[in-house]
Ligand binder design. Structure first.
Ligand code: SF4
Ligand code: SF4
Length: 375
């Protein structure tokens, strides 16, 4: 794909007589979702239902707008996500559905059903060839997602502890991976412990679903790399920054694999992407909490090109001023702070987020060059 892609944008101002759902509907219409033939087609709307306890996930009201638009265009929408690698409340389909219901997602609130893409235990997937893939030959994608005729991503754009930010490519690539698909993407990033910083609080081990963290006589954490799948949960769990990824290329490799997974998901069928840049917490909605946003709310974006969309969202974020009291401003006040002139890298050093977009463009998923159209 060459040349600038069109990315449509609207802000969150909603004076009397307007509303954010109305603005989202207008954005999608202006961005051209009506060009997709939905007649008698199933449309997967990939989103994140939020780990219970987290309150920065996208509200069901936004999902309803997308589902309603699809139905008005003749399609049959369903909301979907795949199970997690983590402990928590979304690691099998039944718990995942219960978590979604607890967070307000129901046929009544969204106008459509939820299907967990990779089935009851995260094992119902399809091996999908990655055309042009350099890291992954066949991506393991949730079967229900691949069964859909049209693919739509609805993304909460925010920070992320491994990839700098969680945008459309992460929602698609990592989010549509089945459990083994997620493990394949994370495999290079096995963290280690800075023993001198560890105070033995055990917070990290409560986040590890793979029993990979143990404690010696000194009560300092140790990670067994034979058991560790590199999910990175323990990195975010440690308030002392005692856990880090020593493999500098790991995040870059994770980002490239994620781009390849995203390509496997969207190749060969109509696609459309929406991202809402709001409640920009430093870490992803998989956490059962959401810290103070690092940046102010920016707006809503839509495009047929997920790469251009992520680039536009990231660029808009980089133009914002860090919010006082956030993890980002705390990091900036640390004595050993190194300014990367990049809010995501400054929040999560080594995040390497640009490698994801560069690789996505290289393999033909989209273009980092875009024309921003304000509506
Ligand atoms: S969370 Fe950090 S400080 Fe606490 S035990 Fe784990 S590595 Fe040590
Ligand atoms: S040790 Fe950390 S990165 Fe490895 S599986 Fe456990 S939580 Fe994930």
């Amino acid at each position: 794909m060459t040349g600038p892609s069109k990315v449509y944008f609207d802000d969150f101002h909603a004076p009397a007589g307007t509303s954010l759902p109305d603005k989202l509907r207008r954005l999608m219409t202006k961005a051209g979702i009506g060009d997709i033939d939905f007649t008698h087609k199933f449309a997967a709307i990939k989103m994140h239902f939020g780990e219970p306890g987290n309150l920065s996930f996208l509200r069901p009201n936004y999902a309803k707008v997308v589902a309603d638009v699809v139905k008005e265009l003749g399609g049959t929408p369903f909301l979907t996500d795949c199970n997690t690698l983590y402990p928590g409340r979304r690691k099998n389909a039944l718990e995942h559905l219960a978590a979604a219901a607890e967070n307000g997602f129901s046929p009544l609130s969204t106008g459509c059903q939820i299907i967990i893409g990779d089935g009851l235990k995260g094992m119902d997937d399809m091996e999908v060839p990655v055309v042009g893939g350099e890291y992954v030959h066949t991506a393991k994608i949730g079967r229900a997602i691949m069964d859909a005729d049209v693919f739509i991503s609805l993304t909460h754009f925010k920070g992320h502890e491994n990839t700098g930010f969680g945008g459309a490519l992460k929602n698609i690539g990592m989010g549509c991976g089945s459990r083994r698909g997620k493990m394949e993407q994370h495999a290079a990033g096995k963290p280690t412990v800075r023993k001198r910083r560890c105070v033995g609080c055990h917070a990290c081990t409560r986040q590890c679903a793979h029993d990979a963290i143990s404690f010696g006589e000194d009560n300092r954490a140790m990670i067994d790399h034979d058991k560790c799948v590199g999910c990175g949960r323990c990195i975010a769990a440690c308030n002392l920054d005692a856990i880090y990824n020593p493999n500098a290329s790991a995040n870059a490799e994770l980002n490239c694999k994620m781009a390849e997974y995203a390509k496997a998901v969207v190749d060969g069928r109509p696609q459309f992407h929406v991202s809402l840049v709001m409640d920009i917490s430093p870490y992803c909605d998989c956490h059962a909490e959401n810290d103070v946003p690092i940046l102010p709310d920016v707006g809503m974006f839509a495009s047929f090109d997920p790469v251009a969309l992520d680039q536009a969202c990231a660029d808009a974020c980089l133009r914002q001023a860090p919010l006082p009291g956030s993890l980002l401003t705390q990091r900036m006040q640390e004595p050993d702070f190194v300014d990367h002139h990049d809010h995501f890298e400054n929040t999560t050093p080594g995040a390497e987020w640009k490698s994801c977009l560069a690789h996505a463009e290289k393999i033909g998923l989209g273009s980092r060059t875009y024309e921003l159209i304000q509506i």
